[in-house]
Design a protein around this ligand. Structure first.
Ligand SMILES: [Zn+2]
Length: 300
């Protein structure tokens, strides 16, 4: 096995030659899975599934260790193992791959919201353990959208300022592997609250945003009829309970967002999709891999 690793010194995650980023996990899988599959999505998916993923990769490693050095008198057995392993890998590729999407799509241009307007507040719970998954799924508390959606959001934020309110963003672009993770850890009865990774997500296209309003005077979020990511009837956009003030805030957010081309979600008061979402592909870039435009240089 060590010879095999030595002869394949690069990790091909995301189809690029680069050093393994997480030695605990990538050291096991990153060296050879893409070589066999010519697919990096499996590695990325497994990397995002800490517990189950590691178990799965240990199986791969054992299988490869045996098949890579078959004894002379055991060639048939070795061949069968290779075929079996290829079958498992094919299954894994189907199970863990970003959806293939045909047709014409816009070139993605993710922009960071606070670079367009630093007064947009962030509360990126997925970068903390304070979320429904009880684990940090982002390494950085950042929020991105495709440029037209981001610019529309800034217009919403500035319009609300006239009423002493602003936007507080929980989440924007979400890598597809995180969508897959959310699907896998969610019980069947709650799956209506998460996107099916086989179809992808408007978040993965960089065209959905989860957000609330904050009071400019206090900097604190305003009262809403239910909590963010609360999987209950209180999350419905037409939930009639809660205080009149909370319902007024929810309706204010909804009308301000719709003016700029965002569409509300029936089951989640905090989720809005930008109207052009179908023009963008699902993406699986980590936040650190997003190329942002260089700051404009002052004129000479
Ligand atoms: Zn959402």
């Amino acid at each position: 096995m060590s010879d095999l690793k030595a002869s394949l010194p690069l990790n091909l995650e995301n189809g690029q030659s680069q050093p393994a980023r997480d030695p605990k996990i990538m050291g096991k899988a990153g060296f050879y899975l893409p070589i066999l599959l010519k697919s990096a999505t499996v590695v990325e998916s497994l990397r995002r599934l800490p517990k189950d993923g590691v178990d799965f990769m240990i199986c791969f490693e054992l299988g490869l260790e045996r098949t890579a050095t078959p004894r002379r008198d055991d060639r048939m057995n070795g061949m069968l193992r290779i075929l079996l392993l290829c079958g498992i890998l094919f299954q894994a590729d189907t199970w863990g791959a970003i959806p293939r999407e045909e047709g014409e799509f816009r070139k993605p241009e993710l922009v960071e919201l606070i670079r367009l307007d630093p007064t947009i507040r962030l509360d990126v719970r997925y970068a903390t353990t304070n979320n429904f998954a009880h684990r940090a799924v982002y390494r950085e508390a950042r929020a991105f959208l495709q440029r037209p959606a981001a610019e529309a959001l800034v217009r919403v934020h500035r319009a609300l300022a006239r009423q002493g309110l602003g936007l507080m963003v929980f989440d924007g672009y979400r890598p597809w592997s995180v969508v897959k993770l959310f699907w896998d850890i969610t019980a069947e009865k709650d799956k209506k609250f998460v996107a099916d990774p086989r179809r992808g997500s408007t978040h993965s296209r960089g065209c959905a945003v989860d957000l609330t309003l904050y009071d400019v005077k206090t900097g604190k979020p305003v009262e809403m009829p239910g909590g963010y990511d609360e999987w209950s009837e209180r999350s419905a956009i037409d939930y009639s309970g809660g205080t009149p003030e909370a319902r007024r805030h929810r309706e204010l957010l909804c009308s301000a967002m719709e003016v700029e081309g965002f569409i509300h979600a029936p089951a989640e008061w905090w989720h809005y999709t930008y109207r052009d979402w179908e023009l963008y592909r699902n993406m699986n870039l980590d936040f650190s891999e997003i190329k942002l435009p260089a700051p404009a240089r002052p004129a000479d």
